[in-house]
Design a protein around this ligand. Structure first.
Ligand code: DAH
Length: 347
């Protein structure tokens, strides 16, 4: 009787185990058949009524049935667990063949690149980089540069005044005076100063009310025009190519005497004359000269002991010539299609 009952239980349990479709169902089956309140425990309890001979036989049989059910459950459990892992893996699969979202990489503004390139050339020649304020006093912007209040050359640079004595600087030259003052009459001074400057100009293809300059200044004993020429030759050839030639023309600036305008040979026509160089074969790139003794003296330098040269570079002009840009406004309207063209120049 008991034997049959056990046989039935085993069959029933194994059927249910094989039909179980998830781990919870399987656990319910385990509790139902092997748990404390389950039918097998009940059979064991009933064994007290059996004879001493039958008891061990029945005990062994119960163990066989219990083990059969246990191992069936374990096998099924392994199968269900593997299925669960596979299902999760399938659900979480990443499709690596999908195209990635594009990453928009920025790059330096062309003017920043030109400034850094020019800085590198001069740092290589022993210069340090100096800075000065964009909101400047009339004194440093003009007077300290040998441009007293009544001086007609003030008209060369139409200014944005904030008060009678304060303006936004019209050039980077005031940094010359500021730097020399800091040196307290003691040479050598060897600086370049990049920065923004402002002029009351109407914006067009070659004018911008705000643009950039790089000022250069060297003060030491026995500085002459040939030092300026040699320095500018090294600089311009580094930036525009070793095959370019330079030329100095006499000019006028109140803060230098003598003053020069510096040209480089035209790359387009190699000096023969074309539209870009207006048939002259030369392109003007910067101004400079020998620092006026008044400028040295006002900043506390003995002009009998010291002399110096100075120059002012228009950054946009250099960038326009180097990259073939025909309108200065491109640098300030920041059209992404313009700026992107400088990507592949990036080092
Ligand atoms: N400050 C001048 C300008 O803005 C440029 C310049 C010319 C600077 C000659 C100098 C210089 O230092 O020596 O037009």
């Amino acid at each position: 009787m008991m034997q049959e009952r056990l046989q039935e239980l085993q069959e029933e349990a194994l059927q249910k185990v094989s039909a179980a479709s998830n781990l919870k169902e399987l656990n319910d089956i385990r509790v139902a058949y092997l748990g404390k309140k389950g039918p097998i425990t009940e059979v064991l309890r009933g064994m007290g009524k059996l004879s001493a001979e039958e008891r061990p036989k029945m005990g062994a049989l119960v163990n066989v049935v219990r083990e059969a059910i246990t191992s069936a459950i374990e096998e099924k459990q392994a199968v269900l667990e593997a299925e669960a892992v596979n299902a999760q893996l399938a659900a979480e699969t990443i499709d690596i063949t999908l195209p990635a979202r594009p990453v928009n990489k920025g790059n330096h503004h062309p003017l920043t690149r030109i400034v850094e390139e020019i800085e590198d050339v001069f740092i290589g020649m022993g210069y340090t980089v100096a800075e000065g304020p964009e909101v400047e006093s009339d004194y440093y912007n003009f007077e300290a540069l040998n441009l007293p209040k009544s001086h007609p050359a003030r008209d060369m640079q139409d200014s944005f005044y904030i008060t009678d004595e304060i303006l936004v600087r019209t050039h980077t030259s005031p940094v010359q005076a500021r730097t020399m003052e800091k040196h307290k009459g003691q040479g050598p001074v060897k600086i370049i100063c990049p920065g923004k400057v402002y002029r009351r100009d109407n914006d067009d293809a070659t004018h911008s009310h705000q643009f950039m300059q790089i000022e250069g200044l060297v003060v030491d004993e026995n500085i002459s025009m040939s030092d300026l020429k040699g320095t500018l030759e090294v600089f311009l050839k580094k930036v525009f190519g070793q095959e370019r030639e330079i030329r100095l023309r006499p000019s006028f600036f109140p803060f230098t005497e003598p003053s020069v305008e510096v040209d480089i040979s035209c790359k387009i026509c190699s000096g023969k004359g074309c539209n870009v160089c207006k048939q002259t074969g030369w392109i003007e790139v910067l101004g400079g000269g020998i620092v006026h003794p008044n400028v040295l003296e006002m900043a506390g330098f003995d002009s009998k002991k010291y002399s110096g040269f100075a120059f002012g570079i228009g950054v946009e002009r250099i960038a326009m010539l180097k990259y073939g840009v025909d309108d200065i406004r491109h640098f300030y309207t920041n059209d992404i299609r313009f700026l992107k063209q400088f990507h592949h120049h990036e080092a």
